[in-house]
Design a protein around this ligand. Structure first.
Ligand code: SAH
Ligand code: SF4
Length: 344
């Protein structure tokens, strides 16, 4: 029988799984508390009797991540990781240093089934969802390996978090647990390509996270051509969901817009985009597209990026161009895993 993934479980769930063993409540608390401290084996739970540790070992496993590759930028403090999971699959994470602290960008799935044409993560489709523990372990490992406290998390690595909704919500609960990493929900961003029904589900939970929307195009015609998800949830539905979200949560939405040369960077695009976003509680993040070996998209030159940004600002949209971190190691997300697979 497959062992239970204990690090993804809540305290009542652990208690339930152990109910045949007649353990006092304080033992369950001790176990839970060790897990939140980020232990990687039951042997580290030093205040438990050896026999109990053995019992736990028979029923559960502690799913973590193993560092397979670590790339450190020479131009800034960015570190990119390729992690191996318990079943041999690999995922990517990035640790970034900002003035306000350390941010980890984590993956939510192995691969992705959304198939956006500019993105390396989706090229081979979805392999599997990550468990909450595997998401959490990426944050813990980045902190441990660098001896730093992580203050922010962004779910912008491989995968679509809202296509792995239940585990994503579980992860949000665990990472913000006061007994554990205690990273406040306000310091966490969840990025989605626009799975509208799940945006509403997230809204109903009322978590004060930051929602990032990968918009990347102002019209259905352009968005359909680069993002399959738009055929299911077109621009007008997505923007309506975003507007509802900001009204309900009073949280500002962050729109991501990867500028792709000749595709979505024209003055006309800026014009329509500004109209779409006018009046919404939002911020626009322009990202010059990262070239991906498997497609022919390129980023506009700096002048064009600047022009697009100024146009948006002139129309009253709060806009920034995302600072490139770790440019020398910037295989964009999904590429490191692919190159590893192809060389393996
Ligand atoms: N699946 C989620 C989160 C992961 S992708 C989403 O799509 O939002 C994280 C961000 O990187 C998204 O905004 C995505 O559109 C963007 N991205 C993917 N490939 C890129 C590329 N080649 N250049 C620039 N941004 C890219
Ligand atoms: Fe998946 Fe996001 Fe990449 Fe689209 S951009 S393929 S949703 S990871």
């Amino acid at each position: 029988m497959e062992k239970l993934d204990i690090k993804s479980m809540t305290m009542p769930e652990i208690e339930d799984a152990l109910k045949g063993y007649d353990l006092p409540k304080f033992r369950i608390k001790q176990i839970y508390s060790w897990l939140r401290k980020g232990v990687e084996s039951f042997d580290e739970m030093s205040n438990l009797p050896k026999s109990l540790r053995q019992t736990l070992c028979n029923i559960f496993d502690i799913r973590g991540v193993k560092i397979k590759k670590r790339l450190e930028s020479r131009v800034d403090d960015t570190v990119k990781y390729l992690y191996e999971l318990y079943d041999g699959e690999c995922i990517e994470s990035v640790l970034m240093k900002y003035n306000h602290g350390y941010t980890v960008c984590i993956s939510s799935q192995v691969g992705c089934r959304m198939g956006c044409s500019f993105c390396a993560s989706g090229i081979d489709g979805l392999f599997r969802n990550l468990s909450a523990s595997e998401m959490l372990a990426q944050v813990e490992m980045a902190g441990k390996d660098n001896g730093v406290r992580i203050s922010n998390v962004v779910m912008m690595g491989m995968g679509e978090p809202l296509d792995n909704f239940e585990n994503t919500v579980r992860f949000l609960d665990l990472v913000s647990d006061e007994e554990g990493l205690n990273i406040g929900l306000r310091h966490i961003s969840v990025s989605t390509s626009g799975v509208v029904p799940k945006i509403y589900e997230l809204m109903e939970l009322g978590y004060p996270i930051t929602l990032s929307i990968s918009l990347h195009a102002p019209t259905n015609e352009i968005r359909n051509s680069i993002m399959k998800v738009n055929r299911a949830y077109p621009v007008e539905q997505l923007l309506k969901a975003c507007s509802d979200y900001t009204k309900k949560t009073s949280r500002r939405i962050s729109f991501e817009y990867a500028l792709i040369d000749g595709v979505n960077d024209t003055d006309e695009c800026a014009e329509i985009l500004a109209k779409n976003l006018r009046g919404m509680l939002c911020h626009l993040n322009l990202i010059p597209a990262n070239p991906v070996k498997e497609n022919s998209f390129t980023r506009p030159n700096d002048n064009k990026v600047h022009r697009f940004c100024e146009l948006m600002k002139s129309k009253g949209i709060n806009t920034t161009v995302r600072r490139t971190l770790g440019a020398d190691i910037d295989a964009s997300c999904g590429q490191l895993r692919r190159s590893h697979q192809n060389n393996a």
